[in-house]
Design a protein around this ligand. Sequence first.
Ligand SMILES: Cc1cc2nc3c(=O)[nH]c(=O)nc-3n(C[C@H](O)[C@H](O)[C@H](O)COP(=O)(O)OP(=O)(O)OC[C@H]3O[C@@H](n4cnc5c(N)ncnc54)[C@H](O)[C@@H]3O)c2cc1C
Length: 307
Amino acid sequence: MHITDIMRGDSPMFSFEFFPPKTMEAAETLYQTIRDLESYMPHFVSVTYGAGGSTRDLTHDLVERIQRTTKLDPIPHLTCVCHNEEEIEGILLRYAKSAIGNILALGGDRPIGIAYDKSRDSFQHAIDLVRFIRRFNESGAHPDRRGFGVGIAGFPEGHPATPNRLLEMDYFKAKVDAGADYIVTQLFFDNRDFLDFRERCALANIHIPIIAGIMPITSIGGLKRMAELAAGARFPAKLLRALERCQSAPKMVRRVGIQHALEQCDDLLHNDVAGIHFYTLNRSDATRLIFDSLGIPRHRSAQASSV
Ligand SMILES: Cc1cc2nc3c(=O)[nH]c(=O)nc-3n(C[C@H](O)[C@H](O)[C@H](O)COP(=O)(O)OP(=O)(O)OC[C@H]3O[C@@H](n4cnc5c(N)ncnc54)[C@H](O)[C@@H]3O)c2cc1C
């Protein structure tokens, strides 16, 4: 379904993010997670794209499987890194053929372990991909005459590649104006960063929905990986102090991390957030706990799937 139809209601949107599994065992965990979360009927789910196209087919296959075998609405991520126009067009054609409604258009993480020269990419920034998708939409190749809905990433704490925050907002505004329909943010742990970002967007005349990215911490190892992956992420002292108190008790660490994410979600809903996007890491338990504690009504009637 096109994102503008998904966003039509008044109530906040909820979405879950998955990544393509690389082993049979990981695939089983993910399919169980999808079964567990399907009954929550999120407004959409999204599937990540590996750096440099490393999961091109895996992402495509998972998106198609979710589309074919569940009631969920999958949105593939697509990144600029290491792709030329022909390749991106091929990927868009495949998704259009499967009637996938939307794409999350991203710059992409640098591939690790291979020599990479960004200047050789056809798409230097996500804005180029947004423009390309918009041009593709005009070709009429998509079964929906509006073509793909387009999402983009936002960074409440700022993106490390652009330390000048005023310039960063200029780039961001240009990306929105190139044709984005909605924004999903990077994870953050202090809601003040999100609320301030939302206000700065409003000041820059950005009025498309901003969906807040939430990732519950469930282990000390996970916290450390997060600090590396989401470079620049700020961890509030209050959260770190609570985690430090129980660092030798994994179950308590989990409880503290989930409680923090729950309080964030509760506060965001209180502040009329347009939506909350859960980085699930392909597991359902933390997300389910948070959902159940927030008392969020399921937005459509649940149906069993065969995923
Ligand atoms: C919700 C979400 C999902 C993600 N999913 C994935 C995924 O599936 N796969 C993956 O590889 N990565 C993913 N990422 C990570 C993301 O690709 C990286 O963080 C990337 O570095 C930034 O992506 P972007 O789309 O903001 O890129 P861009 O919009 O290209 O921005 C990247 C940097 O370039 C700067 N910039 C923009 N325009 C210009 C310009 N004209 N001149 C100079 N500088 C400019 C920006 O200010 C920013 O600092 C995700 C991030 C988020 C928040």
